[in-house]
Design a protein around this ligand. Structure first.
Ligand code: NAP
Length: 523
């Protein structure tokens, strides 16, 4: 499939009129054709007008039709075949098997949301029947369901060119909710974005939906991104990226005459707690698991283990020694973009000013290759120095050595919000872990035992979120079926005649939904 270098505004391929972006193959530092001229405010206006025009018709589609649309997007992405894989590998430097599995996750995610849409639990139907005889006042018939918020702006992520970009988790959950989507492509992988964008636009056409259900824009975040977020027809935003970018977009959304929710996933260092009995029993095995998790994908995961916390002693020394022996055997890996590589170098240099480097991975042999780094510091130094808590996006991690349980708790209390917190423990550690849990629940969106935080399952129970700065809104998840709730709001219908009610709320329950009726869940 030939790439056109054009945006997709509804069903129209349109050239931008601003500075062009061109993907760079980070493995070779060579530019990839074609170039993508950036869009302007006029293009945002066109896309928003189409999205708004499409909204009422799209939100009115049946559960079955919307589910079929999501499945058609998945099928169309798969039909792109190797062309998609080749382009994504070239644009990101990520290994082919990783991109293949990411395509599987992306299509699986779309199909999971199709199942969710069909099942209808997301409508959260509640019925409180009229009580005309109630004293002293009668009660009217009250019925509630969820409705979609409106058009959603999605910012593609650099580190998931498929699973968190054009047809990734944010787009899939917003489309599942009944919201048209306008994607601002990430500048690192415009060709991958075009291919997937065309697969989505084709699905819109295949399913006979209004063209404004989906648009794909290129261009600068400060122009196209801010114009999108501040357009009155955009009603919510999904974002994955830097803390500064997420905060800028959140502030722009809050400053609107009508503020809107921004679901920005930004920065997390994902503390790992090694409790004494577990550390004593298997320091070497823990070090192996840690190094594998740290270096996976060049550490370019929002869930990479950037912090290890444990009480001082010979077992922790064994852990550090084993990790230090393993790290030099880890090859330097190509990072996603020259910019992300430079940011990693700067982050490592900043950490080196404040903590001791105890081991490094193998040196780089090609452009933009990040070398793994392991640092050590003491608990009192950690809590006194905010630089040590900054996310370094890449394969760098810091071990914080604590004198005792009190210091472990102090380190924990001192942390900002996190996506994950990991506990490595044995039976004899349970009492220590239990004492720390209330603090960890305040800090993180996902708590895990005897595993590693990288690898986020797409399922019903997943939470990929957490207090600021992990995300801008800790009340939701960006991975898993609960992500649909971000793009819905409840509406109550009081004393409506049956014929005026939406199908989900009608007395005969024609959609056969499991409803909460007069306080009882229907079978
Ligand atoms: P980014 O710089 O935040 O860019 C993400 C998107 O936001 C891009 O479309 C960008 O537009 C836009 N944007 C950024 N700043 C903006 C602003 N002030 N106003 C409006 N739009 C703005 O993220 P990135 O390029 O993916 O990576 C940069 C750094 O982010 C990494 O080095 C890493 O530290 C962090 N990161 C973290 C995660 C995570 O999951 N925790 C994931 C990816 C990246 P432009 O196209 O104009 O740049």
């Amino acid at each position: 499939m030939t790439l056109t270098g054009k945006m997709l505004i509804g069903q129209h391929a349109i050239s931008g009129d601003r500075e062009a972006i061109q993907a760079i193959n980070p493995a070779t530092n060579t530019r990839l054709e074609p170039s993508y001229a950036g869009g302007s405010g006029a293009h945002v206006e066109q896309a928003c007008a189409l999205a708004w025009a499409a909204f009422d018709a799209y939100r009115d589609t049946s559960q079955a039709d919307r589910a079929t649309f999501l499945e058609t997007i998945a099928a169309n992405i798969e039909a792109l075949g190797d062309a998609l894989i080749d382009r994504a590998v070239a644009e990101t430097g990520l290994a082919r098997p990783r991109i293949q599995s990411e395509r599987g996750r992306t299509c699986g995610q779309l199909r999971t949301f199709a199942r969710t849409v069909r099942a209808g639990e997301w409508l959260d139907v509640r019925v409180d029947a009229a009580q005309p005889e109630r004293q002293p006042l009668p009660r009217a018939d009250l019925r509630q369901r969820h409705v979609p918020l409106g058009p959603v702006a999605v910012f593609g992520a650099s580190n998931f060119p498929l699973a968190f970009s054009v047809a990734g988790g944010d787009s899939a959950s917003a489309l599942a909710a009944g919201c048209p989507v306008i994607v601002k492509a990430h500048g690192a992988h415009p060709g991958t974005s075009e291919l997937v964008g065309r697969a989505v636009a084709k699905a819109v056409n295949d399913c006979g939906l209004p063209e404004g259900v989906f648009s794909l824009l290129y261009g600068s975040g400060r122009e196209v991104g801010i114009a999108l977020v501040t357009d009155a027809r955009i009603k919510a935003v999904g974002f994955t990226g830097s803390r500064s970018g997420g905060v800028a977009l959140t502030q722009a959304a809050q400053a609107r005459p009508e503020p809107i929710p921004v679901y920005a996933e930004m920065s997390s260092i994902n503390p790992v707690y090694l409790f004494p009995a577990a550390l004593q029993a298997r320091a070497e095995g823990l070090a192996q698991g840690f190094v594998a998790s740290l270096t996976q994908g060049a550490g370019q995961f929002c869930t990479h283990p950037g912090l290890v916390v444990a009480v001082a002693g010979s077992a922790l020394e064994r852990f550090i020694a084993t990790a230090s022996q393993l790290l030099p055997g880890c090859a330097a890996q190509t990072m996603l973009t020259p910019g992300i590589f430079s940011a990693y170098q700067a982050g490592v240099a900043a950490l080196a000013e404040h903590a001791q480097v105890v081991a490094t991975g193998a040196a780089a042999t090609g452009p933009n290759q990040g070398q793994a780094h392991l640092f050590v510091t003491q608990a009192n130094a950690f809590v006194a120095n905010e630089h040590l808590q900054a996310e370094v996006f890449g394969a760098a991690s810091l071990v914080v050595v604590c004198a005792n349980d009190d210091e472990v708790r102090q380190v924990c209390e001192h942390l900002e919000g996190q996506l994950t917190a990991t506990l490595h423990l044995d039976e004899n550690d349970l009492v220590h872990a239990k004492a720390l849990l209330p603090v960890l629940e305040r800090k993180a969106g996902r708590l895990l035992v005897n595993g590693w935080p990288t690898g986020v399952e797409v399922c019903d129970a997943m939470v990929h979120g957490g207090p600021f700065p992990a995300t801008s809104d800790s009340r939701s998840t960006s991975v898993g079926t609960a992500a649909i709730l971000r793009f819905l709001r409840p509406v109550c219908y009081q004393a409506f005649p049956d014929s005026l009610l939406p199908g989900a709320l009608q007395h005969a329950n024609p959609l056969r939904l499991r409803r909460l009726v007069n306080g009882h869940r229907e079978a």
